[in-house]
Design a protein around this ligand. Structure first.
Ligand code: PMP
Ligand code: GLN
Length: 403
């Protein structure tokens, strides 16, 4: 074929969104919000278009955005980046990840991720000719929620599951063959927030084996429990860490595709070298608007997370009433649910029928695992709560009626 095996399948997100549209289903599949960006951000993009910001921006991004990215990282994390040589604007985090992996990975090099993992990682590692290794995120059931859960309502609440990454397994998986450890915290699809100790294990092992750490932190501001620790802020990390961010999730502008990379100048130069041949540059009027968004007050960022946390709780309450076992996200957009009580031996098969049968779309967790390795996640699905309240309530009603 034109491309190597496995690289041209439609993404699970395109597939499920098409099914949701075809059946008028509540789309809890693809992770995009159906709410508007902050008013100042939207207005700023409209004004930029009216004011003529419609041609190519500089390849590395408009200076005002590069400076806003640097200022944002200093304000929230005390990290200092030179806006000219250490900050690169990209077409979303997707391009940031692709340019970084294509710059760093030579054919046969190993790239380590946790599993499950965001599906683009496997595709881009393959495009770069790398070998994808994984360390499992382990799921263990904790006490039954007891039928009168946090939702304050009686019901058939299912069990809660907790997730764990074994530091010894991580350490053992990072070897001299490892070129890049690709970290994702806050994590998609599990919503796990990795703690500083686990991240330090990664940084120390990467240093020992002279590997890079590529860290995808697109959910940095959407944390409900625990605290986001940027990898680059850890002792010994900065010199080998490439950090990736995005405006999509924080500002509810996933369609604008504005992301960024921060890294020490020599590494950033290599990433920029690839990026210029992918898109060269993109999104001129959106870049200034994102700069405006990154300069919002601390309380505005906190309010975004709080609003999302309430919607998480709304979906959790609805799924509790059906009695499903859940991984309740500490962060991000998604709750994981065991669909076994709904007759799912294989969630991939059930999710294909769910939009038509139940009027709800979800993504099987197997989509975030290597082909044929669903393992302990076989009957589990990911449901997005970054949707308006009416959509979440209707999805809950439909699932309950169908269950
Ligand atoms: N990384 C993760 C973990 C994501 O969940 C997503 C999209 N939801 C991306 C990267 C891609 O971000 P962008 O839309 O900015 O390309
Ligand atoms: N990142 C989003 C998700 O996890 C989807 C992005 C996409 O559609 N490529 O659902």
């Amino acid at each position: 074929g034109l491309l190597r095996d496995g690289e041209v399948r439609p993404t699970i997100f395109a597939h499920m969104s098409a099914l949701a549209a075809a059946h008028g289903a509540m789309n809890l599949g693809q992770g995009f919000p159906d709410t508007d960006p902050p008013e100042v951000v939207a207005e700023s993009a409209v004004a930029a278009i009216r004011e003529g910001a419609n041609q190519y921006p500089p390849g590395a991004g408009v200076p005002v955005l590069r400076e806003a990215i640097a200022a944002h990282q200093e304000r929230f994390y005390g990290l200092r980046w030179d806006a000219t040589s250490e900050v690169l604007v990209t077409a979303g985090a997707t391009e940031a990840l692709a340019a970084s992996l294509l710059a760093l990975v030579r054919p046969g090099d190993e790239v380590l991720t946790l599993a499950p993992f965001y599906d683009a990682y496997a595709a881009v590692i393959a495009l770069a000719g790398g070998v994808h290794r994984t360390v499992p995120i382990r799921r263990e059931n904790v006490a039954d929620d007891g039928g009168d859960g946090a939702d304050g309502q009686d019901g058939a609440d299912g069990a809660r599951a907790r997730l764990r990454v074994d530091p010894d397994e991580l350490r053992a998986a990072i070897t001299d063959r490892t070129r890049v450890v690709l970290v994702n915290s806050p994590h998609n699809p599990t919503g796990m927030v990795l703690d500083a100790r686990t991240l330090q294990v990664i940084v120390d092992a990467a240093a020992e084996h002279d590997a890079f750490v590529l860290t995808d932190e697109v959910y940095e501001h959407l944390v409900f429990e625990g605290e986001h620790v940027p990898v680059a802020s850890l002792p010994g990390a900065r010199e080998r860490t490439i950090s990736v961010g995005s405006a999509g999730k924080t500002l509810s502008v996933t369609g604008w595709k504005i992301g960024w990379v921060t890294a020490p100048a020599p590494i950033l130069e290599a990433v920029t070298g690839v990026k210029q041949w992918l898109t060269y540059a993109s999104g001129t009027p959106f870049q200034g608007a994102v700069a405006r968004g990154l300069a919002m007050a601390d309380e505005d960022f906190a309010a975004i997370a709080e609003d999302l946390r309430e919607r998480r709780d709304l979906l959790v309450a609805a799924l509790d009433r059906i009695g499903l076992s859940l991984v309740v996200a500490e962060s991000g957009y998604f709750v994981l649910a065991d669909l076994a009580p709904l007759g799912a031996h294989d969630a991939a098969q059930l999710c294909d029928r769910l939009p038509e049968k139940a009027g709800v779309a979800a993504i099987p967790v197997s989509a975030f695992l290597p082909e044929g390795e669903a393992g302990q996640w076989r009957s589990w699905a990911r449901l997005a709560f970054c949707k308006d309240r009416a959509t979440l309530e209707e999805a809950g009603r439909r699932l309950a009626a169908w269950a």
